[in-house]
Ligand binder design. Sequence first.
Ligand code: NAD
Length: 513
Amino acid sequence: MAIVEPVSSPSAEGRRRLRIKSPVTLEPIGEIEVQTAGDVASALDRAREAQVEWGARTVEERAHVLKRALAVLIRRQDDVIETVMRETGKARGEAIQMEVFAACDSLGYYAKRAPRLLRAEKRSLHGMLRLVKKLKVHYRPLGVVGIITPWNGPFILSLNPCAQALVAGNAVLLKPSEVTPFSGAMVAEIFAEAGLPEGVLQVLTGDGETGAALAEAAVDKIAFTGSVATGRKVAAACAARLVPCTLELGGKDPMIVCADTDIESAASGALAGAFMNTGQYCCGTERVYVVDEIADDFIEAVTRRASQLRQGGEGEFDVGAIFWDKQLDIIESHVEDAIAKGAKVLVGGRRNPDYDGLFYEPTVLADVDHDMLVMREETFGPVVPIMRVADEAEALRLANDSRYGLSATIWTKDSHKATELALQIQAGGVCVNDMTLTYGCQEAPFGGLRESGVGQVNGDQGLKGYCHVMPIISDRLAGKASQSFYPYSFKKDAKMQRLIKLLWGTSLGRMLG
Ligand code: NAD
């Protein structure tokens, strides 16, 4: 029942081959070759060559290719939806919203804003320096960026970093997950149709072998999205070569439900947070803390709504398949562990017996505690464990009792309290009265604390992360100032010490500083 299985005969060139199956029907949907370190090196050579001309174009010219890619995507959205659904089994609405809508937003956002965000900018200098020097900051491409992506958002999580790296002038080597390689390939297809020059964006197919070869290749940055365990290996490979990386890793996002919240809205949010993408959402709701005062009503509302969800693999349905058999095993083991330790199953709690494919029923658990895996480790499935707490202080303490820190949600009508609580949470970002939308909100820097990651992506900051931000400091006196540097003398030293006193020891100096 493995979704990714080895094909016994290698390719004509001797590469390993993998067969990919549908998680819904378990029927084969295609094969890929596992590209080797040699393939990665050849792709890197082509990328280096192609990057020279691409990086020399203006940001406006590169943004124009993003605009054309957006037009291609709008026209070909059904192909993307169909490809994503075929290899993930996610609900059509999710393929549209999470993959296509978000990808359009990403392309539109960077196509429109990159020329302004990456324009060389004059910055005024402080103090006396401004009299003799001027500063201009330039955003230069890094060169070739390796982008390694997971299977849960196979199109958007590949397209979004590619759009940013490309518009910044880099060439990209994209390594999509072996579980969902065809959605990753579509990203390159769309850019190629939009007129991106050959070699600027290349897709490397394969599994961990290919990913590791890319992380170890002589690229200029790695943007990695995936699990904590692989993230550590990627970080080590980048550290060995002293190249930067961003690591967008797993999470165990808490939801805090305060006594004054609108119970039905919070229940609806818990469902969306826990079951969207069949719970395989990096910043999905993985654990809920509800204050005792409203716990009965909240649990009743979540249970009622969860029982009405329709699971399926074709036609109209709300909750789709689990995308990968390995994840299904993890989900099952977390729920079994919770039940063995005293958790109560209110809805679901088992593989869906109506299907042969990878289906786990939308599950609501109560009477959970922090001794259970389901409250401590990333479950990444359609499971919402709800824990009753005495008050918000206890909720906050438990929310922070985690090795992860990706994001969190807080539910209350009191916006002041929401901010107060949010500022005490150990998480990369917080969403108030909504499921976590921080990845979908381009202006919001996205990235986790603790083991959830290193660095932030998206928006102004994320885009500039694909650049070397180069200051050019030039003089206003046509080189004359440097003529008086040597020789040193006691007279000059005394002058300098008087200047220090004037600049930082007097109110006039501090005003000018
Ligand atoms: P994974 O770490 O197993 O794989 C991610 C990618 O890394 C795949 O392309 C894989 O082939 C590749 N890879 C495997 N071994 C490698 C190695 N040694 N060196 C380099 N690359 C290697 O993760 P996954 O199971 O595909 O994805 C699920 C995880 O991703 C979850 O933990 C989820 O929370 C996380 N995720 C995080 C974010 C975020 O933005 N923080 C977003 C989506 C998913």
